[in-house]
Design a protein around this ligand. Structure first.
Ligand code: GUN
Ligand code: ZN
Length: 431
């Protein structure tokens, strides 16, 4: 097998900058030796060149090479309804999201949506995603097929609900279990795919359907779990009324046995201290979705409280409550919101890169991705802004790779994503 030597300015965060000083690693003229999709060596280009004089070189100078982004909360059936601004969560669901989600009953329609969606992810430099799937098993199946075809690392599953949405989107605990089991058997750990058990949120899930979810988790160790939590104050009130015996929102999942190392809960804008303590002890991740929290007026994510409690935090675009697929934009919005809120956490470029890459890989328990360590998969995004654009000017004149990284978060868009690799295979090459 021939090895390829990638020459680039690259940055990555193999360590957590919230707990480690100097977590940002950068090489201005760096080299990554990749063989069979795996990073075999990393260092200064000159050193790697001397050690591997025959390896063909892919020259990526002039941009930034980063680990592929990991989006830990993004909705498949919402790619065509991004941008329904101005509504709070429950109204937005009724008016924007759910009518479109009902269209996913048609598998041909769902396949077109899956292609649009995967194009959006790859176009933004996302190589791994925890995807909120569809309420229809045929649509989830079509998405797994399309994701395999594109080479995407997809963690997804059937979304299940049995109340308070629309009739077409409701199922029963028995059907949720049977369809989930069939999808797990067909797709979990097949190629790059993993299955995620996915009740939509406790508002739309009876105890019976949460128990069916827990049965799937028990019977298939290794499947992931995802749902929503503590996003909107009205939503939280309704959940409290629906589960009078529960201590809080988390408890609705916790007492069903759904909270653990493989659980990722989106939003958590309004948590109690008890909930944070339980999430930390269980190593359950909160997926922070700052553009969505802003667009739906959900509130300011209490990052400081999550960090102080020891809850792992990752980043999600929450398309289509969020405003697009770019985790650069999510990083910037997180930075803005933390700057603006009392007690917010100042976020450096290292924090933003970590949240967009390694934190997501850790949330999904995927040690093989998220950074550029030898032995990891070569999942990478090459940011190469068009000549003459402001970001190109910053890249050419930046005092350090870290300054260039800050500018990538400040002004970068999917238009700056030139190339994407997953497991060493090209997943996107800008025309
Ligand atoms: N809670 C339940 N469903 C959804 C959804 O589709 N988007 C968001 N942001 N929150 C939810
Ligand atoms: Zn969501």
């Amino acid at each position: 097998m021939t090895a390829t030597l990638y020459r680039a300015t690259f940055l990555h965060t193999p360590e957590n900058p919230f707990t480690h000083a100097e977590a940002l690693h950068a090489e201005s003229d760096g080299g990554l030796l990749v063989e069979g999709g795996v990073i075999r060596a990393r260092g200064a280009f000159a050193d790697l060149r001397a050690a591997h004089p025959d390896a063909p070189v892919t020259d990526l100078r002039g941009g930034l090479l980063l680990p592929g982004f990991v989006d830990t909360h993004v909705h498949l059936p919402q790619v065509r309804v991004i941008g329904g601004l101005g509504l709070p969560l429950l109204d937005w669901l009724d008016q924007c999201a759910l009518p479109e989600e009902a269209r996913m009953a048609d598998v041909a329609y769902a396949r077109g949506v899956a292609r649009d969606f995967i194009g959006g992810l790859l176009g933004a430099g996302t190589t791994t995603a925890l995807v909120f799937g569809s309420h229809f098993a045929g649509a989830v199946d079509a998405f797994f097929e399309e994701a395999a075809q594109a080479g995407l690392r997809a963690v997804t599953g059937l979304v299940v609900s049995d109340r308070l949405l629309r009739d077409e989107l409701h199922t029963t605990p028995e059907r949720a279990y049977a369809e989930g089991k069939a999808l797990i058997e067909r797709w979990h750990e097949v190629g790059r795919a993993l299955y995620a058990v996915t009740p939509r949120f406790s508002l739309s899930a009876s105890e019976g359907i949460l128990d069916a979810c827990a049965a799937l988790m028990r019977e298939h160790p290794g499947v992931r779990f995802t749902s929503h939590i503590n996003e909107n104050t009205r939503e939280i009130e309704v959940v409290r009324e629906l589960f009078p015996g529960a201590r809080d929102y988390l408890d609705t999942y916790e007492r069903a046995g759904l909270i653990g190392r493989h659980s990722v809960l989106a939003h958590n804008v309004h948590p109690s201290d008890r909930e944070l303590g339980v999430m930390a002890a269980a190593r359950c991740t909160a997926a922070h979705c700052p553009c969505s929290n802003s667009a739906l007026g959900s509130g300011f994510f209490p990052l400081r409280r999550h960090l102080d409690a020891g809850v792992p935090v990752s980043l999600g675009s929450d398309v289509g409550g969020g405003t697009g697929f770019s985790l650069l934009k999510e990083g910037l919005q997180a930075h803005f919101m933390q700057n603006l809120m009392p007690g917010g956490v100042p976020l450096s470029p290292a924090h933003l890169l970590y949240l967009a890459t390694k934190a997501g890989a850790d949330a999904l328990d995927l040690p093989e991705v998220g950074a550029f360590e030898p032995g990891q998969q070569f999942d990478a995004v090459h940011l190469a802004p068009a000549p003459g654009t402001p970001l190109d000017a910053v890249f050419r004149h930046a005092a350090s790779p870290e300054r260039a990284l800050a500018a990538a978060f400040a002004t970068g868009t999917p238009g700056d994503v030139a190339r994407v690799w997953i497991g060493g295979e090209p997943a996107l090459t800008r025309a």
